[in-house]
Ligand binder design. Structure first.
Ligand SMILES: [Zn+2]
Length: 384
């Protein structure tokens, strides 16, 4: 019997720091293959990026089709000596399994696999519909050869998903406190103001772009982008860097640049948001400032899954196991759920995120057991 604890341990022992796989997908391939899944490994490439290994496994042919999504890659361990237990040891101490990826998100994947195997065992080895696993090794870094391409690949083969659970560490402090039903979008921008270089003693012959960029930054910070809504906090624009790059004390520079990032909610689309920013900048600039904004391409569009029977089912299972009614949240950074949302309703529920990406990332052994029970309950009810 494969249990979530030993599977988490096997996965943590593979040092799969993006883009390395280090055997992590092979661990899942073996376990799922033995349980009767048809398992495929697909490698995606893109010029200028490392090739990435991905896994798709499915059992059953019918509907409904529930897919568990996730990633086996992890962020680097950082200062290995600062860890209580070696970051790829999977050591257990005082009820916690230590290791990079323990909560983000090898533990979550292991619980989903363990719950699925238990469900299959109780149901003659076959689901009443289909269960699949969509697992990538490219989430933590640039995420171009991962879930986004795996979904396209699956769609081209005619795969259709009805619902998805992504086992990212959605809980803030304790198991059962939050389910994520959406995420904000993210867009970077570079504001550029052109001036005319000259001597500081002869300002009439020059045009100082610092004056202009200060005015535009102030204008873009002056008014909120929206007030937020029932599901999302207000959008926010943060300037992250203002750059003139001028080392000379008596020279008026020719150009000033400022970088910013916007985290935006579903009051906007990416296009309407950019139009709003440009409108505000144009108004503040008038004819006096020569400016433009460059928008690097973004693949982080806002999304939200409408609460309904599927979210209710998962929330019910969480309540039953933990005694807690989780918040339906959209807080935090981005995840691969943004890609999945284009194919089917997706929610995120996994372990507790407190130690993710940190020194001493660790998961309570008890949380692994309880998350497995939550997934197991959800599976039983989903196919009932
Ligand atoms: Zn993650």
């Amino acid at each position: 019997m494969t249990d979530a604890l030993s599977l988490t341990r096997d996965l943590v022992r593979c040092p799969s720091v993006t883009p390395a796989d280090a055997g992590a997908l092979g661990v899942l391939q073996r376990v799922l293959g033995e349980a009767g899944f048809v398992v495929e490994r697909v490698t995606f490439s893109e010029k200028g990026t490392a090739d990435i290994d991905n896994l798709y496994a499915r059992i059953g042919n019918g509907r409904p089709h529930l897919t568990f999504a996730g990633h086996t890659d992890v962020v680097p361990a950082g200062d290995e000596k600062a860890w209580t237990r070696a970051p790829f040891s999977g050591d257990i101490k005082d009820g916690f399994l230590y290791g990079r990826g323990a909560v983000d998100m090898k533990g979550g994947l292991a619980c989903a696999v363990a719950a699925t195997l238990d469900y299959l065992k109780a149901n003659g080895g076959k689901p009443k519909g289909s269960i699949s696993f969509l697992v990538t090794g490219d989430e933590e870094s640039i995420a171009v050869n991962g879930t986004i391409k795996l979904l396209q690949w699956a769609a081209a083969r005619g795969e259709k998903f009805d619902h998805c659970i992504l086992g990212e560490p959605s809980n803030v402090e304790t198991l059962g406190d939050s389910v994520k039903i959406g995420r904000r979008g993210s867009q970077n921008g570079i504001l550029i103001v052109e001036g005319k270089q000259g001597h500081v003693a002869y300002p009439e012959r020059a045009d100082n772009p610092v004056r202009g960029i200060v005015r535009l930054i102030a204008a873009l910070n002056a008014e909120p982008l929206d007030q937020g809504n029932d599901h999302f906090q207000p959008s926010n624009l943060e300037f992250t860097s203002v750059d003139v790059g001028n080392e000379t004390v008596n020279l008026i520079p020719a150009q000033a640049r400022a970088r910013f990032n916007i985290r935006y909610n579903d009051c906007h689309t990416n296009a309407s948001l950019r139009a709003l920013i440009e409108q505000r900048a144009a108004k503040a600039a008038g004819d006096a400032i020569r400016w433009r904004i460059e928008w690097p391409p973004s693949n982080v569009e806002v999304f939200r899954t409408e609460p309904g029977p599927f979210t209710d089912l998962v929330v019910g299972a969480i309540e039953e196991v933990t005694g807690r009614k989780p918040k339906l949240s959209t807080l935090g950074g981005t995840s691969d759920a943004r890609f999945i949302a284009n194919y089917c309703p997706v929610l995120e529920f996994g372990l507790v995120g407190q130690t993710m990406h940190a020194i001493d990332e660790r998961v309570a052994v008890d949380d692994l057991e309880r998350l497995t029970r939550i997934y197991r309950l959800a599976l039983g009810r989903y196919f009932a």
